[in-house]
Design a protein around this ligand. Structure first.
Ligand code: ZN
Length: 301
């Protein structure tokens, strides 16, 4: 029985050309833990500087090329913020390229609807660290087995600093990137990872992604289903969000947003609160997302 079932599984996998599972969800959870240990990664704060140095050193031993985009942003209140985006490039000469991005900063104030104390910063286990953890887990695999196409991993700063309602001091890194694109061809498409660690993960199809790049949404969700992650990636349309994919779309890049905006229940209870902590995320959720994004890399030609 056992050899036969193994053989059948192998045949099915070969026939469908499903990529082998390679992502390490437990290691990705470790990357969240390390980020939380730096303290809040608020632009200008000590944790932000420590995290930038850590990211820089990790990426330089994994990627073929690392570009650091550094600039100063003066906020609406007049604060000068030292910001840095990191672009880790794999197979930099390839003309067919994919871009994956996440924000690495965390929000200075826990001013969400359900916050118990808006004077505290957001720890950002999910909102910030989870997307970074996926990108770093990807970097580990891309170092072990270089991709056939070009892959760029973009860590954007200053996504969550300011006020989304006023469109003030938010999406700073993705806006900077969109107006300072690195040399070479535009990526075929881009995938944003934001709040992808929720232990009860449910990533619906974000509205602006469906409108802006419907074929990319279709590719990602059908691959997720084939990999056995349909419960994490239900094929249903979710809300439309202002997030880092928007400036990229405006620059002509077909970008989608993988985001679970039901963090702590349908009311998004833990979003922008002091409760965005390590116990709210899981290795299993990171594994599902990591499997899918690595599958996207390995099945794109
Ligand atoms: Zn946020």
């Amino acid at each position: 029985m056992r050899p036969l079932s193994v053989l059948l599984l192998a045949l099915v996998a070969c026939g469908d050309r499903l990529p082998a599972r390679e992502f390490d969800g437990a290691a990705a959870l470790g990357y969240i833990r390390t980020q939380l240990a730096f303290g809040p990664r608020i632009p200008g704060a000590p944790g932000h500087a420590k995290m930038a140095a850590w990211l820089d050193s990790l990426l330089r031993v994994r990627a073929d090329t690392v570009i650091a985009q550094r600039w100063t942003h003066v906020s609406a209140r007049g604060d000068s913020l030292p910001l840095v985006n990191f672009i880790a490039r794999f197979n930099p000469r390839a003309t067919t390229r994919l871009l994956f991005l996440a924000h690495w900063d965390t929000r200075p104030r826990a001013d969400g609807r359900f916050s118990r104390d808006s004077t505290l910063p957001v720890p950002g286990a999910n909102d910030g660290a989870s997307g970074v953890a996926i990108l770093l887990g990807m970097a580990d695999q891309l170092r072990k087995a270089p991709p056939a196409i070009g892959v760029d991993l973009l860590f954007v700063d200053g996504e969550d600093y300011g006020d989304f309602d006023r469109n003030q001091d938010v999406l700073l890194g993705s806006r900077y990137f969109a107006t300072h694109l690195p040399p070479g061809p535009l990526p075929r498409f881009a995938v944003l990872l934001d709040m992808v660690g929720d232990k009860d993960l449910r990533i619906q199809q974000e509205g602006g992604s469906v409108t802006g790049a419907p074929d990319v949404v279709e590719k990602v969700w059908s691959l997720a289903a084939r990999l056995g992650h349909a419960a994490v990636f239900p094929p249903e349309e979710g809300i439309t969000l202002v997030d880092d994919h928007v400036p990229l779309q405006e620059a002509g890049i077909r970008a989608i947003d993988l985001i679970d905006f039901t963090f702590g229940g349908d009311d998004n209870h833990w979003h922008h609160t002091p409760d965005d902590t390590i116990d709210k995320v899981s290795a299993a959720s990171l594994q599902a997302v990591g499997d899918v994004v690595m599958g996207v890399v390995r099945t794109t030609r």
